[in-house]
Ligand binder design. Structure first.
Ligand code: GAP
Length: 512
């Protein structure tokens, strides 16, 4: 999918009430967005699917909702005050600021693209007899690019691990990476930039305290670990899940809701015995990938990407990446966070953060596996994968969001054929009987064709048309979004027909 299609998706989101630029009438606020009437429904459904998959399907996972403001020492203990930095670099001609690591990653991705294109071309040329492994090992162009990639990648990984800012700059110079705007290679030094927003709590006369807007929800879970463990009588292994806002002063805030300054996370910290963490890490990787794939967009859209640089708290880390319109990008991070956070909070707070394991008859600081997914990125991945432009018979076309029915904002459009003769009343009757189970939308304006298009554009899986015959036989024409097939069904069968496909329960059953 191209950047062009991405632009169309962004305008579609605005046109149909999914996502608006924040403060739009004041010319907007960069990298901050509002969800509209359709967006909020889709977002709530995504959150519900995640929440239920965690706390309904796992007896040993419970939820919390901690405050956004927390004691500032928490961020010292977590390492965010000292180490939550991005390396930034400015182009002196365009005056634009970039993340040095992102410039290099994009350069590496371009080489990958070149290699993959060679492979695809050869696969087409040789057909069934094509041996990809052999081709990659012997084709001189692929070999040359692969070697270049490996060399840069090794230098890059080492520079990140050593936090060597000069070397990051040198890689940008050596690879001749140019600013996409000015086209020049006139770069400043690379500097570290802390991503946390801060504000003040209390009046200045009393001595205001500097507090941070949380950059992740995870710390609210760590500091409540013993509260939940004791009051919930939880036994290790167990998990705590949370959904909530997080804030980061991102340097490069681009690509719509992919990188925002205010966003929402769905995080789960799973507390395990020390030494068992890597098995649990593997298990949660599998569980989380299954959750993503259950949405039915095709397995090829997902991949794992293991980290080159482990965060200061991790001993294993991977991302689940999704093929966005602008390439494979991280949607979820899975980290084995060791006992870093609990031990650090123990040290900074002076309070014990240990668990007494009755089976082992000893106390220890649990290790933690974290799964952390951005609601907004998940939203973007779903909308991008669902967006289809279709040519229809008779030269017409339609834009349809093929959303998984369980996540669709509206489940049923109810359309009286005409605005008179008792048809609107019959349509309202149908909504009244279904509204307790499904979000329905009544629409009587314009032709039936136009009304179908409007429902297609917001991803409504079913529409029913009420006509004069309906008053006689209590039947309606149901129209299916994806196939556009239509059939006549009894009104009292509608609930069953719709429930089967739109039920969150059925979706959960595919992974539970
Ligand atoms: N507690 C771990 C943590 O926060 P992360 O990889 O920095 O890890 C987790 O973030 C997820 O949060 C990411 O995979 C992404 O989906 C989402 N996320 C992070 N920064 C974001 C941003 N600026 N805008 C939107 N989503 C973001």
């Amino acid at each position: 999918m191209s950047e062009d299609v991405f632009k169309k998706i962004v305008s579609h989101c605005k046109e149909y009430g999914f996502v608006f630029q924040s403060s739009e009438i004041y010319d907007g606020l960069s990298a901050v967005y509002d969800y509209g009437q359709m967006g909020v429904e889709l977002k709530n459904n995504i959150k519900k699917y995640w929440w239920d998959s965690m706390v309904l399907l796992n007896e040993n996972v419970v939820g919390i909702d901690s405050a956004i403001f927390m004691h500032p020492t928490i961020w010292k203990a977590s390492g965010h005050v000292d180490a939550f930095n991005d390396p930034l670099i400015d182009n002196k001609d365009s005056k634009k600021r970039y993340r040095a690591d992102v410039l290099i990653e994009e350069y590496l991705a371009k080489i990958d693209d070149k290699i993959n294109k060679e492979v695809e071309k050869a696969a087409k040329r040789f057909g069934e007899s094509f041996d990809e492994g052999m081709f990659r090992q012997t084709n001189p162009r692929v070999q040359e690019n692969q070697q270049k990639r490996d060399e840069v990648h090794t230098r890059f990984a080492k520079a990140l691990n050593d936090s060597n800012l000069e070397e990051l700059r040198q890689i940008i110079i050596d690879c001749e990476i140019a600013d996409p705007i000015s086209g020049t290679r006139n770069w400043t030094d690379v500097r570290q930039f802390n991503l946390m927003f801060s504000t003040e709590m209390g009046s200045t006369a009393d001595g205001a305290m500097k507090v941070y807007l949380r950059p992740e929800t995870a710390q609210g879970i760590f500091v409540n670990f013993l509260n939940v463990q004791k009051t919930g009588r939880m036994k290790v292994p167990f998990g705590i899940a949370q959904i909530g806002k997080a804030f980061r002063n991102e340097i490069v805030a681009r690509q719509f809701i992919f990188r925002m300054r205010e966003f929402e996370q769905m995080e789960m910290q799973f507390f395990v015995r020390p030494g068992e963490e890597l098995d649990w890490f593997a298990k949660w990787k599998e569980v989380r990938m299954k959750w993503h794939k259950s949405l039915g967009f095709g397995d090829k859209k997902y991949r794992f990407h293991d980290h080159d640089k482990l965060a200061h708290y991790a001993n294993a880390a991977t991302d689940i990446e999704f093929e966005m319109p602008f390439g494979f990008k991280e949607v979820e991070g899975i980290h084995s966070r060791t006992d870093f956070d609990l031990s650090s909070h123990e040290q900074y707070s002076g309070k014990k953060m240990q668990y007494f394991d009755p089976e082992l008859n000893k106390s220890y600081t649990p290790y933690v596996i974290e799964t952390s997914i951005g609601v907004d990125r998940m939203f973007l991945s779903i909308v991008s994968a669902s967006y289809c432009e279709e040519e229809l018979e008779g030269g017409e076309s339609r834009v349809v969001l093929k959303l998984p029915p369980a996540l669709a904002p509206i489940k049923l459009g109810v359309l009286p054929l005409v605005k008179k003769d008792g048809l609107p009343e019959k349509a309202r009757e149908i909504i009244d009987s279904l509204k307790f189970d499904f979000k329905c939308q009544y629409d009587e304006k314009d032709s039936i064709g136009k009304r179908y298009r409007r429902q297609d554009a917001i991803g409504t899986p079913y529409c029913v048309t009420v006509d004069h015959q309906s008053l006689q036989d209590n039947m309606v024409t149901i129209r299916y979004r994806d196939t556009m097939a239509q059939e006549r069904v009894m009104i009292d069968k509608l609930a069953d027909i719709i429930a089967d496909k739109v039920s969150m329960k059925n979706l959960l059953k595919t992974i539970g």
